[in-house]
Design a protein around this ligand. Structure first.
Ligand code: ATP
Ligand code: MG
Ligand code: MG
Length: 353
């Protein structure tokens, strides 16, 4: 059961694994190995089984993930913090296998299924509240997720906006971070790009990026490399303070000795000027509390950035502003067509659930 080059386990549908799991379907395949939908004959339930490639790097990463998943089960025994529930891990023919609850499609697939038109604000709000439950607990336990992005947020059911955060393979404890090259580029925080040391605030940065993407359907900072990634951020928020830049080991890559951004043109010939666009222009959104929530997640300085605890108190989450008549300027009602997944039953079976 072993493919020499990649170290992948050769899966056959109907296979029995460790005398307990029967392979029903493929759910995902990546650099790490494969995720399979399986019947667990000990419980009679369907589970997701991640079979890790027989390669040292991926094995180590999967051990980190298994460790964090087990801790999450201790920290959140009632399964209230919207994180993937671990059930079992074992070795099968030299492959580490991790069994977890079975979930549905990821947020990227949801956004795509809606034709990249963006999700309705009520759905975004519901998903945000759940992400904040996860991020609050992680912060309380000093854990950084390190790879929050739409692909790592999964719907629990096809017709509800209930979600779970998955993929703790890059996670680490604050102060014990070993890697400098983390987070997926579009969701990568300035402190990681600039090399200034990082902590739980990097996940709040990713959250801000994800909220903008759920609203418009497209990544807010679609940098094709780190240079452009930073240029995308500056295009809206301008350059960072010199006091912050002083703490950045990689500042010379992006800024000259006067702290001026080095001129940069993307491969498509796009140049990006600092402060060229405003957040509300980019999002085409007039919902003040939503815009301010995103802006508070996307603060350059990690110390100024909103924490999960502060986020739970924000008007966008509490809805306070909506109940305060005539204090805010009249807002245009945002009408968006809901994604088919969340409204009407599908005409054909949905993938992954
Ligand atoms: P890579 O780093 O190559 O992206 P990964 O380590 O991030 O892989 P995961 O994110 O854990 O791997 O899983 C990859 C994909 O498999 C997910 O994006 C999701 O679509 C699917 N998947 C993972 N876990 C589950 C699950 N419990 N239920 C349903 N689908 C899942
Ligand atoms: Mg992933
Ligand atoms: Mg991963």
């Amino acid at each position: 059961g072993f493919d020499d080059e990649r170290g992948d386990y050769r899966v056959i549908l109907g296979d029995h694994i460790a005398y307990r799991y029967e392979v029903v379907d493929f759910l995902g395949k990546g650099s790490f190995g494969q995720v399979l939908r399986c019947i667990d004959y000990e419980t009679g339930k369907l589970v997701a089984l991640k079979i890790i490639r027989n390669k040292k790097r991926f094995h180590i990463q999967a051990l980190v993930e298994t460790n964090i998943l087990q801790k999450i089960r201790e920290w959140d025994p009632m399964d209230e913090a919207c994180m993937l529930q671990y059930s079992d891990h074992f070795y099968f023919r030299d492959h580490l296998c991790v069994a977890t609850e079975l979930l549905g499609v990821n947020l990227y697939e949801l956004i795509k299924s809606n034709g990249f038109k963006g999700l309705p604000i009520v759905v975004i709000k519901s998903i945000t509240k759940q992400l904040l439950l996860c991020l609050s607990l992680l912060k309380q336990k000093n854990v950084i997720h390190c790879d929050l992005k739409p692909e790592n947020i999964l719907l629990c059911h096809p017709f509800k906006s209930q979600i779970k955060v998955i993929d703790f393979g890059s996670s680490c404890f604050e102060g014990e971070s070993v890697y400098t090259y983390i987070q997926s580029r579009f969701y990568r925080s300035p402190e990681v790009i600039l090399g200034m040391g990082y902590g739980t605030p990097i996940d709040m940065w990713s959250l801000g990026c994800i909220l903008a993407e759920m609203y418009t359907g497209f990544p807010i900072f679609p940098g094709e490399n780190e240079q452009e990634q930073l240029a995308c951020i500056m295009e809206i928020f301008g350059p960072p303070d010199s006091s912050m830049l002083e703490k950045c080991s990689r500042r010379k890559v992006f800024f000259d000795s006067f702290g001026k951004p080095r001129p940069f043109v993307s491969s498509k010939g796009v140049s990006r000027r600092p402060f060229a666009k405003s957040l509300h222009q980019v999002l085409e959104c007039k919902d003040i509390s939503f815009l301010s929530f995103i802006a508070d997640c996307l603060k350059w300085d990690p110390e100024e950035r909103m924490t999960p605890f502060e986020a739970i108190q924000h008007d966008f989450i509490t809805g306070n502003q909506d109940r305060r008549p005539n204090t805010a300027p009249a807002r245009q009602k945002i009408v968006k067509s809901p994604p088919t997944y969340l409204e009407s039953p599908p005409s054909r079976p949905l993938p992954n659930l």
